[in-house]
Design a binder for this molecule. Structure first.
Ligand SMILES: *Cc1c(COP(=O)(O)O)cnc(C)c1O
Length: 340
């Protein structure tokens, strides 16, 4: 039976659900892994994760569909991206097929926590991995734990479809030739001061520029940018130091193949931003969130589509993408993983 939650008033927060998955890596091999009920982790004070921040994560969602199933959206891409993140931080790869299996097990075991269709909420799934054995000299750990938990969530930004106001950050999100392209807590730790500063000044998020020249648009703390030109082309920044968002890659496909629009994936200069008709943030958590205003010190860029609601193209994209995710629009082959 579904849990007794007020699904439609959920925010983006953590609620411990009943089951999580754990698999441990020791002596060069992963154990067989299992569902467990304990949400706590006890580790050595000297564990690699605490001393040298050896930890990576993923984020995806499970959706209730119109016809009563529970599905995930492109979990194979999360598995592949986590493998890339692991390699960059000298961590062992958790096999991609086992990643998908672990996600499915956690969702299935927690199906009473999956928000119902139409509630506006979803089940957020958080796979992660950390170095667990004591490491004091600078080197990678040799023991790891891979975990997956799930928590029901509502919209990432308060106010739902109302466009948000963001600022151009004076801080860099990632080093120029560093780890900006992997999903790791270290990038988020770097961005916390910037996000707190932005929030204190009344902004919902940061637009980060490329750290090398500070002329190009990178991304926000946890979402990629999409822009719509006045003649209806989707433009989205190409950069080696941003996270390759699965939502953004899916949007690029949807725009071309479902909406018949053109896509440009290329460097985007901040100087161009004032000329776009619509701007949005995209990611698993943000879904597609419209941006209404971008402030860079004394420069204020108002996005013509308006401060009050989503622009027309952003709305069409949002409806198509969420329609695919929740089963009311037919998905491209292989995008939807049916769990139960
Ligand atoms: C997770 C994340 C995104 C969004 O990626 P999706 O795969 O669409 O969820 C964007 N930027 C950063 C920095 C992220 O960590």
């Amino acid at each position: 039976m579904k849990k007794d939650l007020d699904w439609s008033s959920l925010g983006f927060g953590y609620i411990a659900t009943d089951y999580r998955y754990s698999s441990k890596f020791k002596d060069g091999a992963w154990d067989e892994g299992q569902l467990i009920t304990d949400s706590m982790i006890t580790l050595s004070e000297c564990a690699g994760v605490f001393q040298y921040a050896q930890t990576i994560f993923e984020g995806l969602k499970a959706y209730s569909t119109k016809d009563g199933h529970i599905v995930c959206f492109r979990p194979d891409l999360n598995a592949a991206r986590m493998a890339d993140s692991a390699k960059r931080l000298e961590m062992p790869v958790f096999p991609e097929d086992r990643f998908i299996d672990a996600v499915c097990q956690v969702v299935k075991a927690n199906q009473d926590w999956v928000p119902p269709y139409g509630s506006g909420a979803t089940l957020y799934i958080r796979p992660y991995m950390m170095g667990t054995n004591p490491v004091i000299g600078v080197k990678p750990a040799n023991e790891y734990e891979f975990r997956v938990f799930a928590t029901p969530v509502g919209p990432y930004f308060k106010g739902g479809a109302k466009p948000i106001v963001i600022k151009v950050s004076d801080f860099d999100r990632a080093a120029p030739h560093g780890t900006g392209h992997i999903k790791a807590g270290l990038n988020y730790a770097m961005s916390l001061h910037a996000i707190v500063t932005a929030h204190d000044e009344g902004f919902a998020e940061n637009m980060y520029l490329d750290p090398e020249s500070r002329t190009k648009v990178e991304e926000t703390g946890g979402a990629n940018f999409i822009f719509i030109t006045k003649d209806g082309t989707l433009v989205t920044p190409k950069s080696d130091s941003i996270l390759p968002s699965i939502t953004r890659r899916s949007i690029m496909y949807v725009v071309e193949h479902y909406l018949g629009m053109k896509v440009e994936h290329r460097p985007v200069y901040f100087d161009e931003v004032k000329d776009f008709a619509e701007c949005g943030l995209c990611g698993t958590a943000a879904v597609i969130s419209p941006v209404g205003r971008i402030v860079n010190h004394d420069t204020v860029i108002d996005i013509p589509a308006g401060m009050e609601e989503m622009g027309p193209v952003t709305k069409k994209l949002y409806d198509t993408l969420t329609g695919i995710q929740m089963g009311s629009i037919e998905a491209p082959e292989g995008w939807i993983k049916k769990i139960c």
